[in-house]
Ligand binder design. Structure first.
Ligand code: F6R
Length: 242
């Protein structure tokens, strides 16, 4: 496990984008695992800027997103599909038929979840998984209590997650369920980058890196993975040494 400290949020996010860019250059058919959320916005901005500057191409890449709200159609701007389209996919040269996001409207969610897992395997597995962290230590939408071996499935969201994400819903409660990759799915990735920024993530980062490995803090599962980097700003990383 590597811990990388940066003085500012932007510096941490841009360093993550630059790491992704490096990986893309080394392996143009990279299989990316992607996250949404406030934390990722400057990462995608930087990737788009580097693409526009002619420095990176996503033409050979494919991607699998971690999660999607149950009940939101892709046309809803608050869906994670729409968010990814507007923040990244529509702004770079990725082949959108190779960008995958769980289907929040699947008529048979269990069957869809099994298919999503199969699609990841058929793509050769995820080379580089980008993760944020919830204030309660969630990764993807694997909330406290989630099994470390869990695969893609529908889950109930915690009250603290609903509250944190209500900002995206004009202060209203977001959908209370999501389909998410499981912790087992995430741990299959060859490399994992966790980006955590801001004072609001300080407790979760401390618990994830120094607390007991336990489903009470899902991000502690990452301590079992051989290739994880944490990218922190001064506020989120205040309690953890490099
Ligand atoms: C989003 C996801 C979540 C977020 C986490 C942090 O796809 O899987 O785990 O990474 O909730 O969200 P922000 O960045 O909004 O604080």
């Amino acid at each position: 496990m590597r811990i990388n400290h940066f003085p500012t949020t932007v510096a941490a996010a841009h360093a993550v984008a630059d790491r992704i860019a490096e990986r893309l250059k080394a392996k143009p058919n990279l299989v990316l695992g992607l996250a949404t959320g406030v934390t990722m916005e400057p990462v995608y901005e930087r990737l788009v800027a580097r693409h526009r500057a002619g420095e990176i191409s996503f033409a050979g890449a494919s991607s699998f997103n971690l999660d999607e709200y149950v009940g939101l159609p892709p046309s809803d701007p608050r869906s994670y599909r729409a968010t990814m389209d507007s923040q990244l996919f529509d702004l770079v040269d990725i082949d959108k038929t190779r960008t995958f996001v769980p289907d929040g409207l699947a008529a048979d969610p269990d069957a869809f979840a099994r298919r999503y897992e199969a699609m990841i395997r058929e793509a050769g597995g995820i080379d580089l998984q980008l993760l944020g962290i919830g204030r309660n230590g969630h990764i993807g939408f694997n909330e406290p209590g989630a099994d470390f071996a869990a695969r893609t499935r529908v889950v109930d969201l915690d009250a603290s997650t609903l509250e944190a994400n209500s900002a995206f819903f004009g202060g209203a409660t977001p959908p209370t369920q999501a389909m998410t990759m499981g912790i087992g799915t995430i741990l299959d990735s060859r490399e994992i980058i966790v980006l955590a920024t801001g004072a609001v993530k300080r407790d979760a980062v401390r618990a994830a890196l120094t607390g007991p490995v336990s489903p009470d803090c899902p991000a502690t599962a990452l301590r079992n993975h051989p290739n994880v980097g944490w990218w922190l700003d001064a506020e989120s990383g205040a309690d953890v040494a490099a």
